[in-house]
Structures are given as C-alpha cells and as structure tokens.
Design a protein around this ligand. Structure first.
Ligand code: SF4
Length: 322
C-alpha cells in the first residue's frame, strides 16, 4: 500500500470548518470534508481575519475608475487595502502550499465568477472576476492548483486537482531531503503522469533532474519545482491519457493475448467517448503489471496518483475533457 504525503492546502474556513459567513452560516462540502482527512488544511477567513465580525454586512466588489474595491454594504467601509495586506502577510507566513480550495463566488475568496458592481446599492453587476484575496494568491502562485468547491463537484476536475496536489506534496518531501537521488527517483516514478500533462515539459524536467551541468542541488531543486508546477498546468486530456496508456500497454505486447489487447482497445474507446473514467482503464494496466510483476510500471504514480479512498465517482455531470 502506497504511503501518501499530506498536501498543504489553503481552504476557505466557511467550507465546513466554521460558521464564519456574513450570515453566520457555513457550507458543508463532502469532498472538502473527505479530503481534509488526507491533507493539512490551513483555513483562513479573510473577512473575519481583517476584523469584520460574524454576522456582518456583506461585502461586494465595486469597480470605480478602473480600480477594483472591496466595499461593505451599509457601513460603506472600504476593505480593499486591509484585504491586500492580509493576503500578503498570510501567504508569507504560511508557505509552502500545494494548492487552494476557495469559496465559489465570494468577493474575497471566489476564484473567477464574482460579480463586480458599479457601486453599492440596488444596481446590476457589470462584470465578473476573482475575489480580492484570491487575486493576490493568483498573482503570487500562478501555477499552483486552485479550485472552488463548486468546480470540485466535477469528477474530472477533482481527479486532476487531487493528482496535482499529491504530486506537489511528494515533490516537497524530495525538496526537504536536498538529495539528488530522491529527485531522480521522483522523476522516474512520475514519468507517465507528467507525460499526460505536457510531453515537452516532462523532457525538460528529465534534463533538469539529470543535471549534466553539475549545478548545486538547491539550484536544481528550485528549477525543477518551478518547471514541475508549470508542467502540471498543462491539459491532461483524453487524448494525452490515451497516448500514455498505449505507451504503457507496449510493456505487455509480448505477454498479452489478442483478446486482452482487444479488451484494452474497447475500454480505451469507451474512455475516449467519456463513458468510463480514466481510473477504469488504468485498473486494467495495473492488473497486468501485477500479473507480470512489472515493478517499473507498478511504481508509476500515474496508476495511483492519490489515495484510493478519494476516488469518488460522483459527478456534477458537466462534460470536461480529461
Ligand atoms: S468565502 Fe472566504 S471570506 Fe467569505 S466567509 Fe468564506 S472564508 Fe470567509
């Protein structure tokens, strides 16, 4: 059984940790609740943490003269500068991070669909964008996984998010060792997972890990970390995953019967059509690797990128290519 490190996640406090919303409520999210058993969650409530109480008048994003402000209704308090200062100091004090789950549509925490108004009062929104706290996170960590609890209801988005945060947590363990041998092992064990995201990025990561220039370990690890984050931003789609699976299937070309090969072909077709999840096709490869005692494949995190207990097939039904 694989031992998984615990990703360090920033999660909006109102997502099941405390009743800190403006109306003294919280949002119970089953995926966040389950994930928090496997991750170390740091749970800010930016609005409470800058001194707005619970309950409180709601805040909203207002665009005036091309500047985005965070204003509180009724009191008309401008919280913009306090929020930016809080975000900067929070990020500095609590790093490192492997990812972020932030509350959908909140003027502070929302990741992109927050309504922007021309002023306070009864007026229609004029635009949408990220909340102020999240905007600061995106600027500081553009390549780290960031989702809201709404998007995580989609199975494919969740699968991708979990794969990325657990991979980044594994890399953090490697970085802590400051030992090249663990970096080389990390690269080898993530080869197929990375290939599904970005082939060119994977090759570049291989070059960095090989360290032909003989750079100091610290420098190599910093370069590798930046490239790893960038590579994992790549789109892992059905097409890229099928390429990887076909590559892995090549290891069984001698041992598999025609019927077994046909079975994999049919399963890949179902996956291509979006009728079965990636994990179903991967379990075929996994079974064959166990049968043939192919340790190289069995050691690939692509087959099991995060704890199996998190593999919940429930889906919002929105079709996203992965
Ligand atoms: S969305 Fe963010 S600021 Fe609003 S209650 Fe939740 S944690 Fe606090």
């Amino acid at each position: 059984m694989e031992d998984y490190p615990r990703p360090r996640l920033v999660v909006s406090r109102c997502l099941g940790f405390e009743s800190c919303r403006y109306n003294d409520q919280m949002v119970r999210d089953p995926f966040v609740a389950e994930l928090s058993n496997y991750a170390d969650c740091i749970t800010p409530c930016p609005e409470v943490d800058i001194g707005l109480g619970v309950p409180r008048f709601p805040v909203r994003l207002v665009r005036s003269e091309d500047e985005l402000r965070l204003l509180q209704s009724e009191s008309e308090k401008d919280c913009t500068e306090e929020m930016i200062t809080f975000a900067e100091s929070f990020l500095e004090k609590n790093a490192p991070f492997d990812g972020f789950i932030l509350k959908h549509r909140s003027p502070s925490c929302g990741q992109k669909e927050v309504k922007i108004y021309p002023q306070l009062g009864k007026v229609a929104p004029i635009d949408k964008g990220p909340g102020i706290f999240t905007r600061e996170i995106k600027e500081e960590y553009p390549n780290l996984p960031l989702e809201d609890e709404g998007r995580l209801k989609n199975y494919r988005i969740r699968y991708r998010f979990y794969s990325r945060i657990f991979t980044l947590a594994r890399f953090r363990e490697v970085k802590d060792t400051q030992d090249m041998k663990y970096l080389v092992r990390f690269q080898a064990r993530h080869k197929f997972l990375l290939l599904a995201y970005d082939e060119q990025g994977t090759r570049e990561l291989g070059r960095i890990a090989a360290n032909q220039e003989g750079l100091p370990v610290e420098e190599v690890l910093d370069k590798y970390e930046a490239k790893l984050r960038e590579t994992l931003v790549g789109q892992s789609t059905r097409k890229t995953n099928i390429n990887v699976i076909m590559h892995m299937a090549g290891y069984f070309s001698e041992t598999n019967s025609k019927r077994e090969k046909d079975y994999l072909e049919e399963s890949m077709e179902l996956y291509r059509e979006g009728r079965i999840p990636l994990s179903s096709v991967l379990s075929i490869i996994h079974t064959w690797a166990l049968r043939d005692q192919n340790d190289y494949l069995l050691n690939q995190y692509y087959l099991s990128p995060f704890p199996q207990d998190l593999l919940e097939l429930k889906d919002s039904g929105r079709q996203i290519d992965l």
